[in-house]
Design a protein around this ligand. Structure first.
Ligand code: HEM
Length: 418
């Protein structure tokens, strides 16, 4: 049923990228099947953007430097030179000051510099050092979950685990973590773009940006005086040596890592557990053969990708799938659809924890390949290990999954289990 093939009207396709649409978002897969089969490279007049869904095309867009992130790099040379400096005096300035310094939204050379400065925190050696601590956090949460009558796997386990880990990595004190939930959800909606840009939402976004900036500014000031063993202190030390990272860049990087830590790995854990509970034979297979845990994590990433799409701008006129994408146009690449492309994956709609090869695009590819992928994988593996150990007989208690209202990030708000 889940992947039944049907035709989508253009208004339906357009509404997919507009305000949240429960029917399609609860089950995007028939829509993806339609795109893959009928309209793999489709222009949407309503949004003035292209939607690209096939694995090969998505991979090509992500890897080709002719597709860029920054508006100015997508303009003809002469126009780039004529661009007036960005006005700083708009109410959105606090939001823009953060987003403009996110490596995720920049091209080389700024992207390369920002990424280079934090990449050492995500090396295999750094992961090895974190392993024991992540295990004890997961154990503690799993044990506490067992005390609840009808535990909510998301709120009691999948959400706190990555949040505690990234907060500890950065050096955010435990008592402050609660504040980040709201701020992070607001940034997830800003990233989603398009949606409901109401005056209320604008006010909420600007407030979140002002507050989170002030928060990190004061934490940075504290760490300058008394450094600790955390990422902020490390980055400050690097700054002293090379003067490479400005304070605004440091604040923006902290916010990006926190948002990434809040909005993605929780979905990896929740979505993979949901798929396992919906496929009891795979759950039993994993219990019997725990060496399949890393491969189950990869299949969870492919099957219910936590990040469903991302975008790029064409910097030249570009031929793709028999269509011409014009310079400056937005290209929405559908990671969630590419991960179900039958040209790349046999039986793509089947959840198979032993799938090999499984070269999914859940972490994207190319220059912006997820920096946190080693951490997300480690957390996913430790989370599954703890769940299998404490809950060999787990069942879903909710009649239907409670998908959160965000087209970019696919994950549940709650998931009650027995
Ligand atoms: C980039 C997915 C976890 C940090 C990305 C991108 C994707 C992604 C698809 C590329 C977006 C694009 O190219 O436009 C995921 C998924 C995760 C996850 C599915 C969990 C399962 C994390 C974690 C962190 C993190 C835990 C760090 C705490 C980043 C950063 C970038 C990024 C910094 C930007 C990299 C760059 O621009 O070079 N992630 N992510 N991610 N991710 Fe993740």
């Amino acid at each position: 049923m889940q992947n039944q093939s049907r035709t989508f009207e253009i208004s339906e396709i357009a509404s997919w990228f507009g305000p949240y649409n429960v029917q399609v978002h609860d089950n995007p897969y028939p829509f993806y099947t339609y795109l893959l089969e009928q309209e793999p490279v489709r222009y949407l007049e309503w949004h003035n953007m292209w939607v690209v869904s096939r694995y090969e095309d998505v991979n090509r867009v992500l890897k080709d430097p002719l597709f860029v992130r920054e508006n100015r790099n997508a303009m003809p040379q002469q126009q780039q030179e004529e661009q007036p400096p960005q006005s700083q005096n708009t109410p959105w300035e606090p939001v823009n000051n953060l987003l403009d310094n996110w490596m995720l939204l920049r091209d080389a050379p700024t992207h390369t510099r920002l990424r280079g400065l934090v990449s050492h925190s995500f090396t295999p050696r750094s992961m090895e050092r974190l392993k024991q601590n992540i295990r004890s956090i997961a154990e503690h949460l799993a044990e506490r979950m067992a005390e609840e009558e009808q535990p909510d796997l998301i709120q009691s386990f999948a959400f706190p685990l990555p949040v505690i880990v990234i907060a500890e990595m950065l050096g955010v004190p435990p008592e402050d973590r609660e504040m980040f939930k709201e701020w992070s959800h607001t940034f997830a909606r800003i990233l989603e773009g398009g949606g409901d840009q109401t005056p209320d939402f604008a006010e909420q976004s600007i407030r979140a940006a002002v507050e989170i900036t002030a928060y990190f500014r004061s934490l940075i000031a504290e760490r300058k005086v008394s450094p600790r063993e955390d990422m902020i202190s490390d980055l400050l030390a690097a700054k002293e040596q090379t003067d490479a990272l400005t304070e605004q860049e440091l604040i923006a990087t902290c916010v990006l890592l926190l948002v990434a830590g809040h909005e993605t790995t929780v979905n990896l854990i929740g979505n993979t557990m949901l798929a396992l509970l919906n496929h009891p034979e795979q759950y039993a297979r994993l219990l019997e053969n725990p060496t399949l845990i890393p491969s189950a994590v990869e299949e969870g990433l492919r099957y219910e990708s936590p990040v469903q799409m991302t975008s790029r701008l064409a910097s030249v006129d570009y031929e793709l799938g028999g269509q011409t994408i014009r310079q400056g146009q937005v290209v929405q690449v559908m990671l969630g659809a590419a991960n179900r492309d039958p040209a790349q994956f046999s039986n793509p709609n089947q959840f198979d924890i032993g799938r090999t090869p499984n070269r999914h695009l859940a972490f994207a590819s190319g220059a912006h390949f997820c920096l946190g992928a080693p951490l997300a994988r480690l957390e996913g593996e430790i989370a599954l290990t703890a769940m299998l150990k404490h809950y060999p007989q787990m069942h879903l208690a909710d009649a239907a999954p409670n998908w959160r209202h965000n087209v970019l990030f696919r994950g549940m708000g709650t998931m009650h289990v027995r």
